[in-house]
Design a protein around this ligand. Structure first.
Ligand SMILES: C[S@@+](CC[C@H](N)C(=O)[O-])C[C@H]1O[C@@H](n2cnc3c(N)ncnc32)[C@H](O)[C@@H]1O
Length: 427
């Protein structure tokens, strides 16, 4: 990248490996394309979104063959995109898929994983989850939309080469981020088939258990919270090691944490406000042949339910908090801090002495040092120890220079009751 093309501050950011250039970073915007495109700019290929403040997003890691002599400088059609990047992309897709299959799956699991995670897997604006032979693709930026026919074909080539048959491709265009790109928000489609009829639940093996997934239309996210896979396992392992007996899984969805906890013999109360998610949880308990009477399923608002438990003096040894993000933008941070503090405070108050809280937060706006303070405030007057902090599972990698992609943390915290409090509780 030559100095003078972008501001000195953006130059530093670019040197660190950050994959975005905003409109304000670029000094000669007039030369940028006015159509969604791939553009060779400052020794890198970028995907250009002409209507977005996030104007350029880096495509791929730096490639030696691209550095020296690009044959083209602006690509606007899917055909050009396929002929220029096709070979590299099929190789990249195949290698990424293979690496993730090897690192993520447990013995006897079906292929259920995040194949491509946008910037972190070098394809900004495209997320692809695999549920055996169905690909669920989220398209969030204008250039990915412009090149989608080429990208879909290349994904199909890589998938077919690995598994011997073509995948079904479900396309999601429902992210609010699309509006900033000048794109419409529309219903999910299977290829050209819009208004495709909804499909029955898919029964797949994932993370060593059987799950019903609702893929079309997906209920939340792309159908499952694949990013929490390792935290589901870790919470259950820790509960078993510490000999914990009772757990509350607050914002349980379809039971990502609940199922492994039931399997480790804990009595679980699973709380969510979504009736649909709770019905699927019920089926997941049955299909894994877990004792039904060990799980109390409650449809309720997390805050109201915890307030009620506190008022009636109920306690649990392990409490999982996994609410949706309270932070939609930087402006909503103060209100979000307040919400997280209250929720964590209620949970900590309801823990038995030495009980464990698994407090999950999914927003890149809420940085770890900020959440640390939230936990500190929530703990008062209790004392806590932070035991472990984990990110998402390894099919959701994080680029070190891209904090915006570092969005999920699970804080494993123990409530420590000092002897004075203990005496009060016993008397
Ligand atoms: C991040 S997801 C939970 C994922 C789940 N723990 C897992 O690992 O699979 C958040 C869940 O919170 C639920 N939810 C949203 N607002 C809620 C509220 N106020 N009270 C209870 N549940 C809520 C949603 O229905 C959703 O299932």
């Amino acid at each position: 990248m030559k100095k003078g093309l972008i501001t000195p501050k953006a130059f530093q950011k670019w040197q660190s490996g950050h994959p975005w250039l905003c409109a304000d970073d670029i000094l000669h915007k007039k030369n940028l394309p006015h159509r969604p495109s791939a553009v060779f700019f400052g020794e890198n290929w970028w995907l250009c979104s002409p209507k977005s403040f996030l104007r350029l997003r880096r495509l791929g890691p730096p490639q030696p063959q691209w550095m020296k002599n690009p044959r083209l400088e602006i690509i606007t059609s899917a055909d050009q995109f396929r002929s220029y990047f096709g070979e590299w992309l099929v190789q990249h897709f195949s290698e990424t898929l293979e690496k993730k299959i090897r690192t993520v799956l447990k013995p006897n699991d079906d292929i259920v994983l995040r194949w491509l995670f946008s910037e972190a897997d070098w394809l900004p604006g495209l997320t692809v989850d695999v549920f055996k032979n169905t690909l669920i693709c989220q398209i969030t930026t204008a250039p990915i939309e412009a090149f989608w026919f080429a990208l879909r074909e290349l994904l199909e080539i890589a998938f077919t080469a690995r598994f011997g048959s073509k995948p079904q491709v479900l396309e999601l265009r429902n992210s609010p981020a699309r509006k900033k790109e000048g794109l419409e928000i529309i219903a999910p489609t299977f290829g050209e088939i819009t208004e495709a009829p909804s499909r029955p639940l898919e029964l797949l093996r994932w993370n060593s258990y059987n799950w019903h997934f609702q893929l079309h239309p997906p209920t939340q996210k792309t159908g499952a919270y694949l990013d929490q896979r390792d935290n589901h396992t870790r919470a259950a392992e820790l509960a078993k090691t510490l000999g914990l007996k009772t757990a509350w899984d607050i914002c349980c969805y379809q039971g990502g944490f609940t199922i492994p906890l039931l399997d480790r013999g804990l009595a679980v109360t699973a709380v969510d406000q979504s009736q649909n998610a709770l019905e699927i949880l019920q089926k997941n308990i049955q299909i894994n042949a877990l004792p039904k009477n060990h799980c109390n399923i409650v449809k309720a608002d997390a805050f109201d339910w915890l307030r009620g438990q506190l008022a009636s003096g109920q306690k649990a040894d392990l409490i999982i908090l996994d609410p949706p993000s309270f932070v939609k933008s930087r402006e909503s941070l103060p209100a979000a801090r307040k919400g997280y503090t209250e929720l964590n405070h209620l949970a900590l108050e309801c823990l038995t002495p030495q009980g464990v809280l698994v407090s999950c937060v999914c927003s890149h706006h809420m940085r770890p040092d900020d959440y640390h303070k939230v936990l500190e405030a929530a703990a008062t007057p209790n004392k806590i120890q932070i035991l472990e902090v984990h990110g998402p599972s390894v099919d959701h990698p994080v680029l070190p220079a891209f904090p915006e992609g570092d969005y999920l943390h699970a804080w494993f915290v123990r409530r420590v009751v000092d002897s004075e409090q203990m005496n009060c509780q016993m008397s």
